[in-house]
Design a binder for this molecule. Structure first.
Ligand SMILES: [Cu+2]
Length: 359
């Protein structure tokens, strides 16, 4: 690695001195994976990864599959129907590649569960026995990890550790008792760097056995992620030089395509924020403070709840926030890393969502 760095730095110096952008691909870049502009040479920051070895090059390839069809559903994260077999709730998931519009005029090639980003929401009650039959129609192997749910080890979805990868065309069945209650998710654990960034994630909500005496008027799950879409091709966005995202989505949509949440003045709103990309997003709410009601699915006792107006949602984290929509108006929820509220560097866009409080 040190050798590569020295080469990269030497190369960079020479390039800057000679001022010849045409010669400026980073050291050893195979040159074919990621279309880069004239600035490619100066994005080779010291310490960044180079497309030296085949695995890195693979990460930098566009997301593709043969015959990728357009998405047939408009919204992601919708509740998945199930059938009951001897007291077990049986869900079916198919991993598939689709063309997914994140914004008017911007469509990404996505790896999905059941054709949407996020994939279908699994919603059950604490203590339910669930069986999830996963059919892999991706061009690559995959596995499913049930993030935060207390599953038996054999159901944990880690390739090479708890199971063999599910090969293209194969089916694998997961079965476990849904517990504890809370906000969880499921996502790929095979080449997560690529597959999760490409859309293989979905909410998994476990409701408590005892129903709440005073449920909130609005209960929404918002999954936050990033995309790299360049020259009509989609790449897995990641914190690696040249692979940084240029689009940011809430439930697979970038503002102004994000859902608008309408609520009546005085009603209580419960939002389940889920970080599933590879970047931290400090989500800020205009107008009202919110309580952090649960972290990573586990409830925060009433007396210990922080009153905040911004919460940083890191990759893998979940925050359930609650607030009373006290004043009418269109109030914005947005990421406060303000580059994340752009679409390909143009504001407004990305991680913005309107809470419309009506009389
Ligand atoms: Cu952000």
């Amino acid at each position: 690695m040190r050798k590569i760095l020295i080469f990269a730095l030497t190369g960079l110096t020479l390039i800057l001195a000679a001022c010849t952008p045409a010669s400026g691909t980073p050291t050893g870049n195979d040159g074919g994976s990621v279309p880069m502009g004239d600035h490619a040479s100066i994005t080779a920051t010291p310490g960044s990864m180079m497309a030296e070895d085949p695995e890195t090059a693979h990460m930098m390839e566009p997301i593709t599959a043969p015959d990728v069809g357009p998405a047939t559903e408009a919204e992601g994260g919708q509740p998945l129907a199930f059938r009951e077999e001897n007291g077990v709730k049986v869900f079916e998931l198919t991993t598939q590649t689709v063309q997914w519009p994140i914004l008017d005029g911007v469509t990404v090639t996505a790896f999905t569960y059941n054709g949407t980003v996020p994939g279908s929401m699994i919603r059950v009650t604490e203590g339910d026995q669930v069986r999830i039959v996963v059919r892999n129609e991706l061009p690559d192997p995959t596995t499913v990890h049930w993030h935060g749910i207390e599953v038996p080890n054999a159901m944990d979805g880690v390739p090479g550790v708890t199971q063999d990868p599910i090969q293209p065309g194969e089916t694998f069945t997961y079965e476990f008792t849904a517990r504890p209650a809370g906000t969880f998710m499921y996502h790929s654990h095979f080449e997560g760097d690529i597959q999760v960034s490409a859309g293989l994630y979905a909410p998994f909500i476990i409701d408590p056995k005892k129903s709440q005496p005073d449920p909130p008027a609005v209960d929404k799950t918002l999954m936050i992620s990033e995309w790299l879409h360049r020259d009509g091709q989609t790449f897995a966005a990641m914190p690696m030089s040249g692979m940084e995202p240029n689009f940011f989505t809430i439930n697979g949509k970038a503002f102004p395509a994000t859902e608008e949440i309408t609520v009546k003045k005085g009603e209580r709103v419960h939002l389940r924020l889920i970080g599933i990309g590879q970047f931290i997003h400090p989500m800020h709410l205009h107008g009202f403070p919110f309580e952090i009601a649960a972290t990573d699915g586990r409830p925060v006792p009433k007396g210990a709840r922080l009153l905040k107006d911004t919460v940083s949602v890191a990759p893998g984290e979940r925050y359930d926030i609650e607030f009373v929509a006290a004043e009418p108006g269109r109030w914005m929820l947005h990421c406060h890393i303000l580059h994340h509220t752009t679409n390909d560097n143009v504001e407004p866009g990305g991680l913005m969502l309107m809470i419309n409080v009506v009389e």
